[in-house]
Design a protein around this ligand. Structure first.
Ligand SMILES: C[S@@+](CC[C@H](N)C(=O)[O-])C[C@H]1O[C@@H](n2cnc3c(N)ncnc32)[C@H](O)[C@@H]1O
Length: 283
């Protein structure tokens, strides 16, 4: 089936997760009033549902270990992920809280109205920038699906600071490190220069490097990290998923590898500056 194809209501069930209801998706306008699934909504639903499947072990873990787990979704937009998680994991239980963080007031307002309409009483919406958001002291799972540029760094920082047991990051566009690579051309190790001499390569390499640094940073703060694909390329161009599970207090070997990488490339993404200090690894 082609990714751009519209699915009519009779065939929609095959697109949904086993316990996912068409009613919720209609409320979210991911399904039309008639129950059809348009091509754009289908792409978003695929991303959300794939992520739900990939974080299910983390959710099972936190619901097993904690009486009232706190799940935080940052850069939540219309909170599609939050609503789907709530329906599948929170609605049938009596405890646990799902917090969505979003800076756009209009989106927060709409999500609040929808949550009230659905009776999702343990869903909370915080209108704030991710890096300034006041979160519960202890977070059990933090997710960020396509939080733009350094907003993914802010998500990572919040996860580390709130000792999230699990973290799931699907980074979006990345511009900060491409600029740092450009600025570092005179100081970076010469044999690396060809990797990002062209603007296109700088963007691609900068994005890759940023995500490698994010994974190492999580490892150095004691997370066991898995990097995998979110969904097929036909459903999302920003497709890398960084999953972390906190298993140690710290990991010095990972920190040494991170320091080495930062030294040789001369970059210092926002998460590094915030968690390790301003002077870290600028060439
Ligand atoms: C590409 S959208 C993704 C929305 C949602 N996670 C999804 O996948 O449907 C990114 C969202 O993050 C929000 N955002 C970006 N930077 C942010 C920040 N620093 N703090 C809070 N929200 C932010 C934007 O307003 C936007 O709604």
């Amino acid at each position: 089936m082609k990714a751009r194809e519209k699915i009519d209501s009779r065939r929609v069930r095959a697109e949904l997760l086993p316990e996912q209801s068409p009613e919720l998706l209609k409320t979210l306008h991911l399904l039309t009033r008639e129950g059809d699934l348009n091509a754009d909504a289908r792409r978003k639903l695929k991303q959300v549902n794939h992520l739900v499947g990939l974080v299910q072990p983390a959710l099972d873990d936190v619901f097993e270990r904690f009486p009232a787990p706190v799940v935080v979704d940052v850069g939540s937009g219309n909170s599609y992920l939050g609503f789907v998680l709530y329906e599948l994991f929170f609605a049938k239980r009596e405890a646990g809280e799902l917090v969505s963080v979003e800076s756009r007031a209009d989106l927060v307002k709409r999500s609040k109205e929808r949550a009230a309409q659905l009776g999702y009483g343990r869903m909370r919406f915080v209108e704030a920038a991710i890096d300034g958001a006041e979160l519960p002291e202890r977070v059990h799972l933090l997710t960020a699906l396509h939080a733009c540029d350094t907003a993914t760094d802010d998500a990572l920082v919040q996860a580390v600071r709130h000792k999230a047991d699990h973290v799931a990051l699907v980074p979006c566009c990345q511009a900060e490190v491409a600029q740092q690579l450009k600025d570092a051309r005179s100081t970076v190790r010469p044999e690396l220069l060809a990797l990002f001499a062209h603007a296109w390569h700088r963007r691609e390499f900068g994005s890759h490097l940023t995500n490698v640094v994010r994974a190492l940073l999580l490892e150095s703060f004691g997370y066991q990290v898995t990097v995998t694909e979110l969904a097929g390329w036909e459903h999302s161009l920003k497709n890398e998923l960084i999953l972390g599970r906190r298993v140690h207090k710290e990991n010095r070997e990972a920190r040494a590898r991170l320091d080495q990488l930062l030294q040789s490339t001369g970059v210092s993404p926002k998460a590094v500056r915030v968690l390790l200090g301003e002077g870290q690894a600028t060439a």
